[in-house]
Write a protein that binds this ligand. Structure first.
Ligand code: F6R
Length: 610
């Protein structure tokens, strides 16, 4: 995730770019920059941190011109810094590029370009693009861009300028969003409609594999192979605030719907082309160290802790090593037994959670290798950890974590499979089988999201209650805990997650007529046992909704009141699907209660106090 904006016309370009970037800050905000064609040539200004820092820089040295591109960054390759900020340029400083996405083969391309004499200044994948375009330029920027992208693999939306053709702005879309805004004597590009909505409501939406060439008075659309295309212009009738949320009523709902993309992005480049191996080139952990791991400790807070509970089962099942999962605020004070052969995994969306950071330091002080799973490159946890697996969920704005949690699950699957291959604890066939099932997850989530209305009705019913229970066994219990936390934090309904077999040891006393119970029943090895536990609560008057696979719905409906079917996957992968209806349930229950869904009371997105 990053935000791109571009302008060609008679207005003050700098202002158009800055105002556009303000609307895109939700896509990333660790640094920003603009390039404007001024009377001195192509000039670039960039600044680490919030957009305000760039604005301050520009107050002293404004860039005056009539064509420009801008970018707000959410770091993926290289920490947030002035030099890693976009726009990027080449050795001649004649070309300038803004990019949203990931170039998977950037390291190979970079080596090739270095061998040809190009000099790189940043750690980004994007800088490769500006050098490639410069290399391919023979007097036609459109052809140069087409040739450059023919060498690139991955996802990208691009805005490109060259000093040689100052009256042109070139835009490309390949698996990252990009729209073109059409004005009178002016045209725009943007990652999202809000960036340009102040100036025009007429837009073209580019499809993957398409590009646009903008001048002040015209826009040409073509495929990246150069075949011209015509497209119907869309008239936008949303207001700006709705548009920022991509048409969704809340960021949380938008983020729930972004999960298929977050799964794909987190897997992208980490499964080799054969589909048989996980590759984690970012890991410093050597095969030797991996073989010497004696135990794993996973440490995190809140939702990230719940991802760690799934991570425990994943690593134990795939790698056959003992794993404990602990909440960070407890771990650091319980004198954990950590040795240099312990792999400690800290999980944190923000990478700034004080307790998790302290746990990381505690583990390092005992000589453990600490691997962080985090969503924010350059965060304190990412910087201090010995190894990092970045989840590519994009910025999460809603306080209730959804896409960050599920991306953490994907990271655990990738890590588990990688460790299993190195330690030889799964056969190549077993690994390939799990990878294939993982690759189907994004589409399966899309299918469930299209059935969200079924959850809405149940959510409205439960919104009238003050107490509720989630039950499940094994991985279902781990998901139940996340479902319960989600519901509490945004609907303010009291709920508890129980290991289904544990209820009868006390908590069953709380089950009375009409109390809602959500039963997760996906783990087939314990399905009959879970059904027995469902019968225990039904016998005491509970209203039970089950989450299960399609094939078990008919059978379960003999014991429960309602059932929501999730697509079939392997037992180990089920959490990545089963949690989605629970996220929707919390969202709609909160909505029905009239709560502020995105900003629940008493909570904050990043918890930097202990
Ligand atoms: C709940 C939620 C929190 C966070 C927790 C840890 O929806 O978001 O429970 O998971 O505060 O935050 P990070 O992952 O940033 O360390």
């Amino acid at each position: 995730m990053c935000g791109i904006v571009g302008y060609i016309g008679k207005r003050n370009t700098q202002n158009v770019l800055i105002e556009g970037l303000k609307k895109l800050e939700y896509r990333g905000y660790d640094s920003a920059g603009i390039a404007v064609f001024t009377d001195k040539g192509l000039e670039i200004a960039k600044a680490k941190g919030r957009l305000a820092n760039l604005e301050t820089k520009l107050e002293n040295a404004p860039l005056i011109g009539s064509v420009g591109i801008g970018h707000t960054r959410w770091a993926t390759h290289g920490k947030p810094s002035d030099v890693n900020s976009h726009p990027h340029t080449d050795d001649s400083h004649k070309f300038s590029v803004v990019h949203n996405g990931i170039i998977e083969n950037y390291l190979e391309l970079k080596e090739e370009l270095i061998a040809e004499g190009h000099t790189f200044v940043s750690e980004t994948d994007t800088e490769v693009i500006s050098h490639l375009i410069a290399r391919e330029y023979e007097g036609d920027i459109v052809k140069a861009v087409q040739k450059a992208i023919s060498h690139m693999r991955g996802a990208y939306a691009l805005g490109v300028l060259t000093e040689y053709e100052p009256n042109k702005l070139v835009a490309v879309r390949q698996a990252s969003p990009l729209i073109i805004g059409i004005g009178e004597g002016e045209n725009f590009i943007g990652s999202d409609i809000p960036a340009i909505l102040e100036y025009t409501r007429n837009v073209y939406i580019l499809n993957d594999g398409e590009m646009a060439v903008l001048t002040q008075d015209a826009v040409e659309l073509m495929t990246i192979e150069g075949n011209f295309i015509s497209r119907e212009m869309i008239r936008v009738d949303w207001d700006a605030t709705t548009a920022e949320k991509g048409g969704f009523e809340h960021f949380m709902l938008k983020e729930i719907h972004e999960q298929p993309k977050a799964y794909r992005d987190t897997m992208r480049g980490r499964i080799d082309v054969s589909g048989k191996h996980v590759v984690l080139p970012e890991l410093k952990l050597t095969p030797e160290q991996i073989k010497n791991i004696r135990n794993v400790q996973i440490v995190a807070c809140g939702t990230a802790y719940h991802a760690g509970l799934v991570g425990r089962s994943v690593i134990e099942q795939l790698v056959k090593i003992p794993v404990e999962t602990d909440v960070a605020s407890e771990y650091r004070y319980r004198s954990p037994i950590v040795t240099p052969e312990t792999l400690v995994i800290v999980v944190s969306q923000s990478g700034e959670t004080a307790d998790t950071l302290a746990a990381l330091r505690e583990a390092q002080s005992h000589g453990a290798h600490v691997l962080a799973i985090t969503n924010v490159v350059g965060s304190s946890i990412a910087r201090d950890a010995d190894d990092v697996i970045t989840t590519l969920a994009g910025p999460e704005i809603a306080v209730a974590s959804t896409k960050a949690y599920t991306s953490q699950l994907i990271a655990f699957y990738l890590l588990g499979l990688y460790l299993a291959e190195v330690r030889g604890t799964q056969t190549p066939e077993q690994i390939a089988h799990i990878i294939a099932a993982m690759q189907a997850l994004p589409e399966q989530v899309e299918k469930m999201l299209s059935q969200a209305d079924a959850i809405k009705d149940f959510a409205e019913q439960i919104s009238k209650h003050e107490d509720l229970f989630f039950i499940g066994r094994g991985l279902d219990y781990a998901v139940a805990q996340e479902g319960s936390l989600k519901l509490k934090e945004i609907s303010y309904i009291h709920s508890e997650a129980y290991a289904a077999g544990e209820l009868k040891h006390g908590t069953l006393a709380l089950i009375e007529d009409g109390i809602p119970v959500i039963a997760l029943a996906t783990q087939e090895s314990v399905l009959e046992k879970t059904v027995s536990n469902i019968k225990e609560v039904k016998a005491r008057g509970a209203e039970v909704m089950a989450i299960t696979f399609e094939e078990h719905v008919a059978g379960l409906l003999k014991s429960v009141d309602q059932a929501f079917a999730i697509p079939k996957t392997l037992p180990i992968l089920t959490p990545a699907l089963a949690v989605v209806p629970l996220q929707l349930l919390s969202y709609y229950a909160s909505l029905a209660r009239g709560n502020d869904v995105d900003k629940p009371r008493n909570l904050a997105k990043s918890v930097t106090v202990e």
